[in-house]
Design a binder for this molecule. Structure first.
Ligand code: GLY
Ligand code: MN
Ligand code: MN
Length: 424
């Protein structure tokens, strides 16, 4: 759990990065209509949540900074009996005042007037440039005289790079639930089942453990489907002798986990599957062992490509000299994506990879990133030995950068061949 004080400290910190005499506005997520009076499930906007800890839609955080001092305002949905009967209880301004450490709390209908007043003698307006135009329009209507517009999203993204103790604890809890789900799936008899049956078994365990949202749509990809990177159809039957790539992670208390394992349908890997799996696994372990403060993600990327090229050469998947393969990027046909990404409130956490001068940001204590090397060999790729075609393997763990190195937060989720085979 994250305490109210932590949210206030985050706002204090954000204000240091804001210009003097500015008004900043951060909108909550919007409830999206699916059709008629049916909505998509609502999930709070991550930046708004990071700054407030408030989970309701139709809310706004406003920060008014003078020279150095600032005042924070939270606007929220009015309590209304009929609305609550249809759509659920709202916290309301009175109770919000007891809970949040913001300076002033009002109902949303007061926003426009108070925003207009706050703009008096201000020089800058800060908001998320990725905002829906309908909301930008409201801001611009009142802030016509303010020429300086500042994108607040990268400022928050930078803060979100370093996780607090409380955040790390929640991410560990999320990974622990995801571990249970992956292990249960490994134990399950998988023959004559459909991909979606495995998906439901994983998501059942997420929900049973209080993780009622997924951090992303689960990928349950049998055989050649694993070679479609964002495969989410999950509707094909599983056959003896095939592999299944499962990329599934729960969201727990707003924080993501992101885990991939590639396991055999019939419980045992075939020899060619072992060849490829062992290569990806050794690369993954190698790259994880490089993680420490100061290292660049691009160094991890380069090394993962180098090791995968060398491995593919040995297996006869890539031919020709190492130099030529690298120069012509031939390996990218089999490993086209990045080695990993930031993870936190969002599975692909919206934190920067480069600083204001476009210099790459090195790893630092408290950052969390995924490491996910892979090999994807399409079933119709005649350049590759036949035995390897139609196999797609990715292995993904979530890594915390520590003071002296790293902690693999998902190390308890088995990935050694024998361990997976023995879980049957
Ligand atoms: N699950 C999405 C990813 O691995 O990046
Ligand atoms: Mn990932
Ligand atoms: Mn993933």
């Amino acid at each position: 759990m994250i305490c109210e004080q932590e949210y206030r400290i985050r706002r204090d910190k954000l204000v240091l990065a804001l210009p003097s005499f500015s008004v900043s506005v951060l909108f909550s997520g919007t409830n999206k209509t699916r059709s008629n009076d049916t909505n998509y499930p609502f999930r709070q906007d991550s930046n708004f949540y990071y700054m407030t800890g408030f989970k309701e839609d139709n809310s706004i955080l406003m920060i008014v900074k003078e020279k150095k001092k600032y005042k924070s305002f939270l606007f929220l949905h009015k309590k209304d009996k009929t609305d609550e009967m249809w759509n659920g209880k709202r916290l309301g301004a009175k109770r919000a005042k007891q809970r949040f450490q913001v300076d002033e709390i009002y109902t949303k209908d007061e926003f426009e007037k108070r925003f207009k007043d706050a703009l008096d003698e201000k020089k800058s307006l800060c908001f998320d440039f990725g905002l829906d135009y309908s909301k930008v329009k409201i801001l611009k209507r009142y802030a016509k005289t303010i020429a300086a517009h500042i994108n607040i999203a990268p400022l928050i993204g930078k803060m979100r790079l370093i996780k607090s103790e409380a955040e790390i604890k929640i991410i560990k809890d999320a990974i622990d639930i995801t571990k249970k789900a992956h292990h249960q799936l490994m134990r399950l008899n998988k023959t004559s089942k459909y991909e979606y049956e495995l998906q439901s078994s994983i998501e059942y365990i997420f929900k049973k453990n209080g993780a009622y949202n997924d951090a992303y749509t689960s990928i349950v990809a049998a055989a050649n489907n694993a070679n479609t990177l964002h495969y989410i159809e999950n509707n094909k039957i599983l056959r003896e002798g095939e592999l299944i790539l499962i990329d599934a992670g729960c969201e727990f208390d707003y924080y993501a986990s992101d885990i991939t394992r590639t396991i055999p349908v019939s419980g045992y890997y075939t020899k060619p599957q072992k060849d490829l799996y062992s290569l990806v696994l050794s690369v993954e372990k190698n790259i994880i062992s490089m993680i420490k403060p100061g290292i660049l993600r691009s160094e991890l990327q380069r090394k993962s490509e180098e090791l995968l090229i060398q491995g593919m050469q040995k297996l006869g998947i890539l031919n020709g000299s190492y130099k030529k393969i690298l120069k012509e990027a031939k390996h990218k046909a089999y490993y086209p994506h990045g080695i990993g990404h930031w993870m936190g409130l969002d599975v692909h956490d919206t934190c920067p990879y480069r600083d204001e001068n476009f210099k790459e940001i090195p790893l630092e204590e408290g950052m969390i990133l995924t490491i996910e090397p892979a090999l994807y060999i399409d079933k119709d790729d005649t350049k590759v030995p036949k035995k390897y075609r139609g196999i797609g393997i990715r292995i993904e763990d979530d890594i915390l950068v520590t003071k002296t190195g790293y902690e693999n937060l998902s190390k308890a989720i088995v990935k050694e061949i024998l361990d997976i085979e023995n879980l049957n």
